[in-house]
Write a protein that binds this ligand. Structure first.
Ligand code: IMP
Length: 433
């Protein structure tokens, strides 16, 4: 057996959570492999909205095993809260959630470091979600981190204090003052107390060596789906550096974030929103600053599910999409939020960039400093609301033309179209998934 992968091809917020939830009946195991609670995967089930930050989006299916792999970084306070919220919805996460012992912990001081680093960057700030992602991955790579498997060790508190002291020394150099920073609405001291209480609760989690678990599950013919977080253009190596997150959001992250060999990767689903959005700072060649951008934001309810920030909106960028498909080896495309484009007379897609008068078809290295002008191809829009359609035959011709144009440009077919947030608002093009 091979492990299938589902990931975002833009700057995150492509609607991955919903598609994982829709595909979950085809799988026995859903697993996260990178990122942390900077992610916010929204699922709408029976009109009820659920936002997951750390737990894989298969958790609402009682017979699915959900695995948080070693490449994910975990804030115990947030994971514990997420488990509590699920309990209110009658989902017992302790039952079918397995977590890698090798996943690193986000300490309260990592959250503070994230905040002081961002403040110090001034105008050049990344626009981080301030969940402690950058500082925690820095400590992991710097070989200073603490892993989830350490929480049951009697030396855990010594390790914690050692790392905390180190962080406090850095914080002092940034002239840190406790009263300037709240974490999840709490003072540092209160947060730290709740953090330790959460660590106690998490001792009841099933901690595993996820690489052995995944390997055995593949041998046992279990079907596994790896669920990406953020998006390809936020990848620490291939995204618009330094305006990126701190993990490999691309397919290679599955290998390192779960311990899966490259030859065991199967189908790769690439999720692409029908237009583009981005939260936080950084280049966005097709960004719209006019009423069309506002209309996309309003129609698409484009406000961050983790931070509530308004998302920047623009037309679909096929140069960037082709790059993302190349990096990930995407074999199957999924279009999300197709319904949001209803009612536009004209729809534009970026097919080249113009830099210093020259037409180019790649993402330039100095993407931040170059003046990139998108070159658009225009297609006719469609009037009809498509959010309640139940069959592919009912889709307007103009919508089909839009899909065909994208498929022809990037050379990969669409297998699924999502026309709204609900499970039922999903049209399967490929019936053999
Ligand atoms: P960080 O990973 O929280 O440090 O944020 C780094 C950049 O990635 C910022 O621009 C964030 O807005 C963006 N980002 C992080 N996680 C997500 C996500 O799940 N969706 C969309 N953008 C994200």
């Amino acid at each position: 057996m091979k492990i299938d992968v589902l990931l975002g091809l833009q700057w995150g917020d492509e609607g991955k959570g919903k598609i994982v939830d829709v595909l979950t009946p085809n799988y026995n195991i859903i697993t996260r492999f990178q990122g942390g609670a900077n992610a916010g995967h929204t699922l709408e089930i029976g009109g009820d909205k659920h936002i997951l930050h750390l737990i894989p989006s298969g958790i609402f299916h009682s017979d699915t095993v959900n695995v948080i792999g070693n490449g994910v970084i975990i804030d115990p306070y947030i994971l514990n809260k997420e488990i509590d919220n699920l309990r209110l919805k009658k989902v017992n996460a302790f039952q079918n959630l397995l977590v890698s012992k090798k996943a690193h912990l986000i300490l309260p001081t990592h959250r503070l470091l994230d905040a002081v680093y961002e403040r110090a960057k001034g105008k050049l700030k990344i626009g981080s979600t301030l969940k402690g992602i950058g500082p925690t991955y820095t400590d992991k790579v710097g070989r200073n981190g603490i892993r989830l498997g350490n929480i049951t060790n009697r030396k855990f508190i010594d390790k914690y204090n050692l790392l905390k002291e180190k962080h406090l020394r850095i914080l002092e150099s940034y002239k840190w003052d406790e009263k300037d920073f709240l974490i999840e609405g709490l003072s540092f001291s209160d947060y730290e107390k709740s953090w330790f209480a959460a660590v106690e609760n998490l001792k009841s989690l099933k901690l595993i060596d996820s690489e052995y678990f995944i390997d055995q599950s593949l041998v046992d013919h279990q079907r596994i789906l790896a669920e990406g977080a953020q998006g390809t253009l936020l990848d620490v190596d291939f995204g618009s550096y330094p305006f990126v997150t701190s993990s490999n959001t691309t397919c290679s992250g599955v290998c390192s974030g779960l311990g899966v060999a490259p030859n065991r990767i199967g189908k790769v689903y690439g999720i692409v929103k029908a237009y583009c959005t981005r939260v936080g700072s950084g280049p966005f060649p097709t960004e719209l600053f006019d009423t069309t951008g506002e209309r996309l934001r309003d129609n698409g309810k484009e406000f961050g599910s983790t931070t509530g920030r308004p998302r920047r909106c623009g037309w679909l960028d096929l140069v960037a999409l082709k790059y993302a498909i190349m990096l990930n080896g995407v074999s199957s495309l999924v279009m999300t939020k197709a319904d949001v484009l209803s009612g536009f007379d004209t729809i534009k897609v970026c097919i080249h960039y113009k830099v210093n008068g020259e037409i180019i078809n790649y993402l330039p290295f100095e993407i931040m400093n170059e003046d990139i002008e998108p070159v658009y191809h225009e297609l006719k829009g469609w009037e009809a609301d498509i959010s309640n359609l139940t069959s592919l035959d009912e889709l307007p011709q103009e919508f089909n033309d839009y899909m065909r144009f994208i498929e022809d440009f990037v050379g990969v077919p669409f297998d699924i179209v999502s026309i709204g947030p609900g499970r039922e608002q999903t049209l399967m093009i490929n019936k053999n998934l």
